[in-house]
Design a protein around this ligand. Sequence first.
Ligand SMILES: [Zn+2]
Length: 597
Amino acid sequence: MLLRNRLSVAGLCLLAATAVASGPAVAQHALEQPALTGFTAKSGIARAPEQEAVVFEHAGLEFRIDPAQRRMDGDAALTFRALKPLSRLVVDLDRNYAVAAVEVDGQALPASAWSNPEGRMTVTLPRPLAAGARTTLRIRYGGHPHVASRAPWDGGFVWSQAPTGEPWVASAIEGEGCDLLWPCIDHPQGEPLLVDEAITVPAPLVAAGNGIALGMDEHDGWRTWRWRAKSPDTYAIAINVGPYELLSADYESRYGNTIPLRFWYLKGNQAKARALFAQFPKMLEFFEATIGPYPFGDEKMGVVETPYLGMEHQTVNAYGNDYKLTEYGYDWLLQHEFAHEWFGNQVTNADWDHMWLHEGFGSYMQPLYLQWLRGDREYDAWLLFQRKFLMNRVPIVSGHSMVEDAVYNDKTGPGNDIYYKGSLLLHTLRNLIGDKAFFAATRELVYGTTDPRPGNFTPRYATTRDFIDAVNKATGRDYGWFFDVYVYSAALPELVASRDATGLSLQWKAPGGKAFPMPLQVRVDGRDIEVPMADGRGHVDLPPHALYTVDPHSRVLRAMPHIDDYQVDVAARLKAAAEAAQQADPRHEERDHGARP
Ligand SMILES: [Zn+2]
């Protein structure tokens, strides 16, 4: 997902000289709709024992989308294989849907056999399931899906209209989870191994789906679009309906396979869409050369134009950045969401507590791409942009299970630090251990092997510990101290530098007095000197009146008092401006502003 650019982020987002409004987002405030239960509003609550006791082998999902009524009817056939004997099945589903029928292996169940008081639906099986046996649970349901108040951050359905007048409908449900759309296991580890989608929409609308296209039938003024996807992220299963036109091409991969490129853009946007589509091969080339094979090359690289900013929907990424051009000469939003095909969809966090593995890597991919595409100036500029937003109030990994919202909300978790602090610590790690070890460890995290080739890997789950182990394996050393400070501590390490009789005395002060043997460079009169800092201390001899710069290549993420002061100043100015606006017009509403990361 995209950084939540809200004024609450210490008011910092507005400061960006490059701040832009958050795309063609559709305001859907003041909606009257039934409240979500706690179960449904949150994603990543601990799974029920019955959910942990199954392999989710297949989900057959039929969605009928009626934009005129703002209604969705669903028919879900879920096949599970039991790992233990089971007498009940449990799935998560928004209780605001009316359930029309529940069947197990073709047998209709009486209403007494199931209940869904809180959005966690329990179904008593007609007969117990033995370990190793399979069963298919079918649920027919329907109603008005939860409408997003501020997609993609406060998610749900977005019922919009294309500029040409047709319905334009999309879902974005990362924060609340898959249970807003279909009966699922709303936990990062709830991915079905295979999903078949049949999305029925009024003709002549197009429904772009996950995975490969299996065809379309038209009947009685409706069209049913069929799709099949392997191991999609639970929140990646998405509805995208509109008057789309399609751009298609093939990409010849360095790994020998051919990857279909597909872009569904709104009718009328062809010229801009063609220019964006021309960026697809460059991005693929970068990611395949730098990280490894595109994980879904036997399906497609897919992008669809959405009425909200963006979301990493597997093989059908949501794009709503309005084709904005920047001085960097690439579309950061497309590139960020595409990065999630590796960091999020191929490797998925085992628990939301490790979401920095998606967003930190996902955010580091923009400067890294720019370093290749443009050069060091753009790389450094993007990192400096990220640096000024760090909060450092809460560690980016807590060490215990978290729900999505608790991680993204900076009142209860690290919030935006999972993006930019994650990115900047990866920049520091790369400088510390070198490109060879850094990219080997990254490949190990993403694919579970340092030699990924199409066909020798499948989507996997991982934790921060897995990445630390990969770093240690790639380097042959223990870098636990690095992660103890940057990932498991809130405050950044501080460098204390003071002049003494012979030169410059340096000392690291890490939070909690933790060991921090981070080497440094010091530039003295134009010459870069390496300072090992093995025990957290170092010294550089300085001639009288010498000019020096600590860390002249900005390699090490550390506390910067001038940035702290800047953040305080910006927050004060924003607060004063908001108060002045409020006085001038009491109806003035605090606006959300998006900033380019
Ligand atoms: Zn993201």
